[in-house]
Design a protein around this ligand. Structure first.
Ligand code: ZN
Length: 179
């Protein structure tokens, strides 16, 4: 089993750097992908970007699945995205709650494009182009921001749209028991 890495927290300058493109899928990069995957699965996250484990490369993993932190997330296979880019997006943006392994204990209401088209390489170097919508599109935009030194707090429209994780889960429970 791959070792786990400590997740950098906001305040660490590595989270504010623009990460460098990956030009060769060599052994150290493959090892980094394995460690990133293990760290993500261990942490109840739905995505993780290399700068969050202090590796400033354009690489992230999206792994939407229901868990304690995101009980209503859709389930998908973990997808490794290397040198990802956003090719196009809908005009429509939607606001929803986001958290971040690098900003523990906090959620914020973040506007994101509802539908996007993206491009990335997989770990074999094959280029993929695909549309993403809703929650998965949101994760992509959140992780892409990490590669550009941006965290979700920077995207908030107002500080009034910040809650603690504890308060968020309390309000979610109330919201869903009313259904
Ligand atoms: Zn994050």
């Amino acid at each position: 089993m791959a070792e786990l890495l400590e997740v950098s927290q906001v305040g660490n300058p590595i989270l504010r750097q623009v990460a460098q493109p990956i030009d060769r899928l060599n052994e150290p990069i493959q090892a980094l992908i394995n460690t990133l995957m293990a760290t993500l699965l261990h942490s109840n996250g739905v995505g993780i970007a290399a700068p969050q484990v202090a590796a400033s490369y354009r690489l992230f993993i999206i792994a939407s699945r229901p868990n304690l932190r995101y009980p209503y997330a859709p389930k998908m296979e973990p997808t490794v995205m290397i040198n990802p880019s956003l090719i196009s997006h809908s005009e429509e943006r939607v606001k929803d709650w986001e958290g971040c392994l690098s900003v523990p204990g906090i959620r914020g209401l973040v506007p994101r494009y509802r539908t996007i088209a993206v491009e990335y390489c997989d770990r074999q170097g094959k280029l993929h182009e695909q549309p993403l919508t809703d929650f998965v599109a949101r994760i992509f935009q959140h992780e892409l921001d990490h590669l550009n030194g941006i965290v979700f707090l920077d995207r908030l429209e107002t500080n009034l749209e910040i809650v603690t994780e504890q308060e968020y889960l309390k309000q979610m429970a109330i919201g869903h028991s009313a259904d």
